[in-house]
Write a protein that binds this ligand. Structure first.
Ligand SMILES: NC(=O)c1ccc[n+]([C@@H]2O[C@H](COP(=O)([O-])OP(=O)(O)OC[C@H]3O[C@@H](n4cnc5c(N)ncnc54)[C@H](O)[C@@H]3O)[C@@H](O)[C@H]2O)c1
Ligand SMILES: [Zn+2]
Length: 363
């Protein structure tokens, strides 16, 4: 049984990670559900198809439940879907006392959170995440939709009432989504704990661990995120550490047009880059990047994209990243494993690391 409490200045909520986690909605969360006049379930089309029985059980939790189905993946994080969902809620009579469920991966969570943050200036919502990656995205209160100009460009900080994982839901998760989610998990290890990192690097079943280890691992990942979010809810300081691997990772994601590789697969490439940068420009022990790349390749992560795009192309995307300010790039580096820091990096160093990374991957 895994429960972790997140304590923020203005909000305290639980993250539940366990088999049959959804059963808690009818017990522990019944008093909360009694305080709401309507429940809106925002669900992506794939999860809707796979889990129609589960949806029926959600619908029995209250006498006014309305379900809104959205496209799967990033396609739901648009102004159009956002607007249609708001109209749906208004037409169904939702009020400031209503509650939303986000039933899907990180994309549905981000969309639903932003709908909840802005509907009638803010209503409550519960995250029911269905991907491994969402151990990262569902906790911490960042919500957003994408704009034609860029990803996650419009959003708000809005914390959920609860985050409930039901481990049974992972049975249908495609391998690629496992790989994506586990990348964020090892990110949490690298920025917090050398022993845990080593344990993951030694795990041959890293990409798809057994359920009992998964529960423990996800709780560890959430606790790293929770600790950082508790320290720095609005990302002025240490929350930036969660972007480890993301500056270069986002550039790969943008260059590949958010299609061929998943978010976590791009972050894996970004972490290899950040580790190499940490060896060159900080105090990280030599050889860590090489070890990580060998591990990632063995686990089926692909690095081909760094040969498909030039440094110039990727550098341009890095500069567009919203975390870059005034043309300087800020990278999260590791002074040693478990000890992140932020560093400004100029173009020539960026290029050197890129060339070296290509050599390491070929080798
Ligand atoms: N808010 C944050 O702090 C934060 C942090 C990291 C990522 N994110 C966001 O999270 C999103 C990525 O999340 P994601 O990787 O969960 O992607 P996702 O929500 O797009 O889901 C990935 C795919 O898996 C399918 N899927 C989901 N659950 C399934 C299940 N149980 N069985 C079978 N298929 C299932 C979905 O239909 C989708 O096609 C991005 O939009 C990213 O920006 C947000
Ligand atoms: Zn990420």
């Amino acid at each position: 049984m895994g429960v972790l409490t997140i304590q923020l200045p203005n909000k305290t909520y639980d993250v539940v990670i366990e088999p049959n986690g959804y059963e808690r909605l009818a017990t522990e969360y019944a008093p909360l559900l009694k305080t709401t006049d309507r429940i809106g379930i925002i669900v992506d089309e794939t999860v809707h198809t796979l889990y129609s029985e589960q949806l029926k059980r959600f619908e029995q939790l209250h006498n006014e439940v309305h379900t809104f189905i959205v496209p799967k993946g990033e396609a739901c994080k648009t102004l159009d879907v956002y607007g249609r969902a708001q109209s749906f809620l208004l037409q169904k009579g939702f009020t400031r006392n209503s509650l939303l469920f986000a039933f899907g991966g990180g994309a549905v969570g981000d969309l639903t959170g932003f709908i909840a943050a802005t509907f009638m200036r803010g209503i409550r919502f519960i995250q029911l995440p269905t991907t491994v990656l969402a151990h990262d995205s569902a906790v911490g209160g960042k919500t957003a939709i994408n704009m034609p100009e860029g990803k996650n460009m419009v959003g708000a900080f809005h914390q959920p009432e609860a985050v409930i994982f039901d481990l049974n839901i992972f049975e249908t998760l495609p391998e690629r989504e496992w790989r994506s989610g586990m990348a964020e998990l090892i990110k949490h290890a690298y920025i917090s704990d050398a022993t845990w990192t080593e344990q993951l690097l030694q795990d041959e079943q890293f990409v798809q661990p057994a359920f009992d280890t998964l529960e423990e691992q996800l709780l560890k990942g959430v606790s790293v995120k929770a600790k950082i979010v508790e320290e720095d809810t609005f990302e002025h300081g240490s929350r930036k550490f969660l972007n480890f691997g993301h500056t270069f990772g986002h550039a790969i994601e943008a260059a590949t047009n958010f299609g061929t590789l998943s978010h976590g697969e791009c972050v894996m490439i970004g972490m290899a880059y950040a580790l190499l940068l940490s060896e060159k420009a900080s105090t990280l022990q030599q050889g860590e990047a090489k070890k990580f790349i060998q591990f990632a390749k063995q686990q089926g992560y692909l690095f081909d994209s760094i040969f498909e795009y030039s440094f110039e192309t990727l550098y341009q995307f890095m500069q567009k990243d919203k975390k870059a300010s005034f043309g300087t790039l800020h990278f999260v580096i590791l002074e040693k494993i478990g000890h992140p820091n932020v560093m400004t990096v100029d173009e020539s160093l960026c290029r050197e690391v890129f060339e070296e990374m290509r050599q390491l991957i070929e080798g």
